[in-house]
Design a protein around this ligand. Structure first.
Ligand code: AMP
Ligand code: GLY
Length: 420
């Protein structure tokens, strides 16, 4: 099967590694545009992944059987619509269905119509409305910009002035603001493959969103993750499938915007039950690195069946009992300031237990250069969290990039509980 993967992050590198590990032929995989790590494993093509016409023309010429869209930007640009119109199987929702991620207000409307449990929220278009909503719900305050903000559109704070300032920044950019009630509990990321009607769950993961240890510092795209979550109650995945994923997919079908691709359910397990905090219309990064590391079932088969409306015929994907941990290495100043390009060294070749998924890297004159932001994810798999953490941290310790930082507490709590 000839597969084109769109994107350039560690998520796309992890998708490609999982495709290969579960039986796809690396010679039949192309990534556009890819990065310094991906280009060492499969062909890369310098194609603008956000240009519907360029992607479609390339895919047609290369006789592509399946296009897998990694990030949200090509979805928003209508790349999946153009590919579908040309008769190419594509794993990634239409621009209209991807609004489930891009517009938090649309997501709230879909959840209300489908009776999906979520936090209370108020839509605001002025600072006065924001202030009265903040007072209504009380501290801690949750303020969200209603648009794509690269994981930086949300603030959770007890400082009312900081909440107002955050709202003001995005109001100035012409965005609507959502003020939400604060939901207290553990966060879970649960992915479903969807073909527009049926859904198939993957294994749950937990993401670490804050920049620094012990959930301090600003929100980021994600600094690490682990999977599975041994502390979840029995039947959790089935409950989310019935309460959240299926009703949402059915509502989108009813609206004539079927969701074909990856439905990312961002959840909080509160004392009153499961609540959705966000949907994404794509694989999560870095959760994908741990979820797909544990996948045993051929990934290309699952993606192709989702893309072509045949998920009902697919058995539930199988995952190993082994646990996976990923730790993200970020460049100096991330997520507040950007760093200059710098050489990165000390990455050792992948083994059966530790691998590196590249994000912001490129090869230049035989050197690997880090280009800022989240640079790479070290991914390890082992029988227990203690060993998975040990191996991941040993590998990341050996990587040298001036000014870089990473969290040291990824999967620490679950490791401690495991060893009680
Ligand atoms: P989002 O982009 O909506 O996932 O929000 C980013 C992060 O902010 C989430 O992963 C949570 O850690 C936090 N967050 C978002 N909404 C809430 C909420 N209603 N209550 C508590 N924390 C939240
Ligand atoms: N890790 C969170 C996200 O991918 O949005």
């Amino acid at each position: 099967m000839k597969i084109l993967v769109l994107g350039s992050g560690a998520r796309e590198h992890a998708i490609i590694k999982a495709l290969i590990r579960t039986g796809s032929n690396p010679e039949e995989i192309t990534c556009a545009p890819g990065n310094g790590g991906i280009s060492q494993e499969v062909k890369t093509v310098n194609l603008d992944a956000n240009n519907p016409e360029a992607v479609t023309n390339w895919a047609l010429e290369a006789n592509t059987d399946l296009v897998v869209i990694g990030p949200e930007a090509p979805l928003v640009a209508g790349v999946s619509d153009a590919l579908r119109a040309a008769g190419i199987a594509v794993f990634g929702p239409s621009k209209a269905a991807a609004a489930l991620e891009g517009s938090k207000a649309f997501a709230k409307d879909v959840m209300a119509a489908a009776d999906v449990p979520t936090g209370m929220a108020r839509k605001c278009t002025s600072l006065t409305e924001v202030e009265s909503a903040l007072d209504e719900y009380g501290a801690p305050y949750v303020v969200k910009a209603d648009g794509l903000a690269a994981g930086k559109g949300v603030i959770v704070t007890t400082d009312k002035q900081a909440a107002l300032d955050h709202a003001q920044t995005f109001l100035h950019q012409g965005m609507e603001i959502l003020v939400e009630e604060f939901l207290d509990g553990e966060e879970v990321s649960l992915f479903f493959f969807s073909d527009g009607t049926s859904v198939v769950p993957l294994s749950p993961a937990q993401d670490f969103k804050r920049a620094y240890d012990f959930d301090k510092g600003p929100n980021t795209g994600g600094m690490g993750a682990y999977s599975p979550l041994p502390w979840l109650p029995e039947g959790f995945v089935e409950e989310v499938q019935e309460l959240v994923a299926l009703p949402t997919v059915r509502e989108l079908a009813r609206l004539a915007t079927p969701f074909v691709g990856l439905l990312y359910c961002g959840l909080i397990v509160t004392s009153k039950g499961i609540r959705v905090i966000e949907f994404n219309a794509r694989f999560g990064d870095p959760e994908t690195q741990v979820v797909l590391r544990r996948l045993v079932t051929p990934l290309s088969h699952l993606l192709h069946n989702a893309a072509t409306g045949h998920l009902a015929e697919v058995n539930e994907p199988e995952f190993t009992k082994d646990v996976a941990v990923t730790v993200v290495l970020a460049s100096e100043g991330y997520p507040v300031t950007s760093a200059p390009n710098r050489e990165i060294t000390g990455i050792v070749p992948d083994t059966d237990s530790v691998e590196v998924a590249h994000a912001a890297t490129k090869l230049e004159d035989g050197k690997l250069i880090a280009t800022g932001g989240r640079v790479l994810s070290v991914v390890s798999i082992a029988e227990d969290f203690h060993e998975a953490r040990r191996a991941a941290y040993e590998a990341i310790c050996g990587i040298e990039l001036e000014g870089s930082h990473y969290r040291t507490d990824i999967a620490l709590k679950v490791d401690e509980v495991e060893n009680v």
